[in-house]
Design a protein around this ligand. Structure first.
Ligand SMILES: NC(=O)NCCC(=O)O
Ligand SMILES: [Zn+2]
Length: 398
């Protein structure tokens, strides 16, 4: 199953939902949606309610970056966190300080750095760490769970680890690109090669990848996503003279299971059981689909992969199934290959051949109030009873 991000259409969540349902009609796999919240008014608040109560959406993404486009400020984030809490929906954040990124971009352009390396230089790890810390503190203030998407740096990961250690319900999701790549590709003299690595937060310098892997293996980060958002080289070339115009995003959906196995299990950093947890079970629990998804049990959906640890893979744009002409993992080889995929009890991938029928994927509704909300009401009640306020005072002037 895949959970995609819906962007509202002309500010309307319902229109966004319908547009994505339409696009998904050809889906070969089961799918669900997270919904982005990019502005705030009564209508958005009402529509969030409809999305949760009638449309099967139980998570909303707030962008703390992309100033002038998707970015929301702290006031809106607070409104969103409160609304999510009341609905039992999970608040997700794209955590970068958008105002500072804007400043960093101006700085790079003034220095004459207009190529893809300017993308990484304009939004360093400290800006990801700052926004992650801020979102965590605001979620703590509201007392609602928080999910940090595409954790790319040590700075952000350490904020999540610290909050979890203090007992806060924060989930940190690194993505495959952050786990297995470093930023050197952004300095490639060939623009198209360099531009394919542009995503946000940026792929970081060597060292962040290993630290994120370690955090996954110790449980400081909880699961691995992809943030799959592929653009071909023609689309990436929109930013040939200005890195700010390069569309953000990299591929990963086809590569995730192979690369996580090779990087985490084959290297001995995690067990096979942990591999199942960080690629499947944890996601199903967080988004309240367990045990329908994320488990092999009587009554579950029978979505299963058979991965041969002795078989090897090689990734290349020539043989991948994406329509994009580039692959950010080009040339990468490793151990552990998915040889068979079963969806809903039927074989949909075997002998390197896709047997899935377009349109056979079902929309999976996700219910609110996952396990992350257990006990939140009790903590709120405890907080209220601890206030010793309001103090009853006599109105008479002394
Ligand atoms: N990660 C990335 O660059 N994807 C595009 C949109 C987003 O920032 O989530
Ligand atoms: Zn994002």
């Amino acid at each position: 199953m895949h959970i995609d991000f819906v962007i509202p259409v002309k500010g309307s969540l319902s229109k966004g939902f319908e547009a994505y349902k339409e696009k998904a009609k050809k889906s070969c796999m089961d799918y669900g949606f997270h919904m982005a919240i990019t502005k705030w008014d009564e209508n958005v608040s009402r529509e969030m309610e409809i999305m949760v109560k009638e449309k099967g959406i139980n998570s909303f993404k707030f962008f703390m970056a992309y100033k002038g486009a998707l970015m929301i400020n702290d006031e809106l984030l607070l409104e969103g966190l409160k609304k999510c809490k009341s609905l039992g929906a999970l608040a997700m954040v794209h955590a970068e300080n958008g105002d500072a990124v804007f400043e960093g971009q101006k700085r790079m352009i003034e220095l004459g750095i207009t190529g893809p390396e300017g993308h990484a230089l304009s939004r360093p790890p400290v800006l990801e760490g700052e926004a992650t810390a801020r979102a965590i503190r605001l979620a703590s203030f509201v007392n609602t769970p928080l999910y940090v998407v595409h954790v790319m740096s040590i700075d952000a990961m350490e904020e999540i680890a610290k909050a979890r250690k203090s007992g806060q319900r924060v989930i940190g999701e690194p993505v495959v690109s952050g786990l297995v790549l470093d930023d050197s590709g952004l300095w490639d003299p060939d623009f198209i090669n360099a531009a394919k690595y542009v995503m946000s937060p940026p792929i970081r310098a060597l060292g962040h990848d290993k630290a994120l892997q370690a955090a996954l293996s110790t449980g400081n980060l909880q699961l691995v996503g992809t943030d799959h958002c592929a653009f071909n080289s023609t689309q990436k070339a929109f930013g040939i003279d200005d890195f700010r115009k390069i569309p953000n995003g990299v591929n990963g959906i086809e590569e995730r299971m192979h690369l996580v196995w090779d990087t985490m299990v084959e290297s001995g950093q995690i067990s096979v059981t942990d591999y199942v947890r960080i690629t499947s079970t944890e996601c199903a629990r967080i988004f309240n689909m367990y045990p329908r998804k994320g488990a092999i049990l009587a009554g579950s959906d029978a979505d299963i992969i058979i991965l041969n640890p002795n078989s090897s893979f090689q990734i290349t744009a020539r043989s991948h199934h994406s329509r994009s002409d580039t692959n950010v993992y080009e040339g990468r080889k490793g151990k552990g290959k998915v040889e068979v995929t079963i969806a809903g009890g039927k074989i949909v991938w075997e002998n390197d051949e896709l047997k899935a029928v377009p349109g056979s994927g079902k929309y999976i509704e996700m219910q609110p109030f996952s396990y992350l909300f257990n006990g939140i009401d009790k903590a709120d009640a405890k907080y209220l009873s601890s206030l010793q306020a309001p103090v009853q005072r006599s109105k008479a002037a002394s």
